[in-house]
Design a protein around this ligand. Sequence first.
Ligand SMILES: NC(=O)c1ccc[n+]([C@@H]2O[C@H](COP(=O)([O-])OP(=O)(O)OC[C@H]3O[C@@H](n4cnc5c(N)ncnc54)[C@H](OP(=O)(O)O)[C@@H]3O)[C@@H](O)[C@H]2O)c1
Length: 282
Amino acid sequence: MYLITGVTGNVGGPVARRLHEKGRHVRALVRAPSRAAGLPSGIELAVGDLNDPDSVSKAVQGVEAVFLMQVGGRTEQTRTVIDVAREAGAPRIVLLSSVGARQLPLETNPIGAALAAREQVLSDSGLGVTYLRPNTFASNALWWREEIRAGKAVDPTGDGQHGVIDPDDIARVALAALTQDGHVGKGYFLTGSEALTSREQVEILAEVTGRAIDFEDVTPHEFAQAAIDWGTPPEQAYMIERLNEVFRAGRAGFVTDDVENITGQAPGTFRAWCERNVDAFR
Ligand SMILES: NC(=O)c1ccc[n+]([C@@H]2O[C@H](COP(=O)([O-])OP(=O)(O)OC[C@H]3O[C@@H](n4cnc5c(N)ncnc54)[C@H](OP(=O)(O)O)[C@@H]3O)[C@@H](O)[C@H]2O)c1
């Protein structure tokens, strides 16, 4: 049995489906079962919340490995999972982390610092952990969805490239790490096969959707200020501004061959992700 978190999201869903297709027993931690209605019927649902230790404790019983993705907080959810895992026979953990966990200096990037802190408490826990550190998700393009419908995408990352990765390629690596030996203690930097600027991504989206899309380059500060004007809490906008400075400086503009090394299959392209998801932009 495998416990999968984030099944209504971009990576957890494909992980659960791929495991299920392989005939593995899957239990999905879901906050709202109605949101998981699209999952195959053989997947067991455990209603719970990473912020509710009792629910996570129940969900982890009898599992051999956990796919852990976290949003929010710093290390609280990680510590919860460590505590309940220790009591439940120490299942292996495959962590969805980020390249940001290793992009120094962390002092000026609170999001990267939180990711690194989560990795550290897991590393200190003595549990068997595999660290998946993906680059920018292709699915982040969905953040432009409304803007693209209006004919313009606004972006703060300038000439900084991103080694954009299809979330399904992360899921293929997660599947290997969950089901095969030899991945405990390893950290993988997961990227697609090409590094693209946001402008290049928008050009591809324009070709695939058949729409004319203008691209507006703004600074990370301008972007953060606009987010505050739209209601984002200033503290969160500050963190996003720091992260976008990292992207704008080109720090995410690299590719690795970890996906192919682990799965035997090269990662897909941003264009292929767009073609598969074109309906989301209509
Ligand atoms: N986006 C990127 O470019 C990128 C790059 C590298 C790493 N990452 C990592 O990927 C993860 C997020 O990916 P995403 O933004 O694309 O998110 P996402 O896939 O949209 O997923 C969010 C998921 O988390 C679940 N969730 C949220 N809060 C929860 C809680 N308290 N308890 C249990 N489940 C909870 C949501 O479930 P509900 O249905 O209940 O809301 C949903 O399934 C983060 O860990 C991030 O660090 C992202």
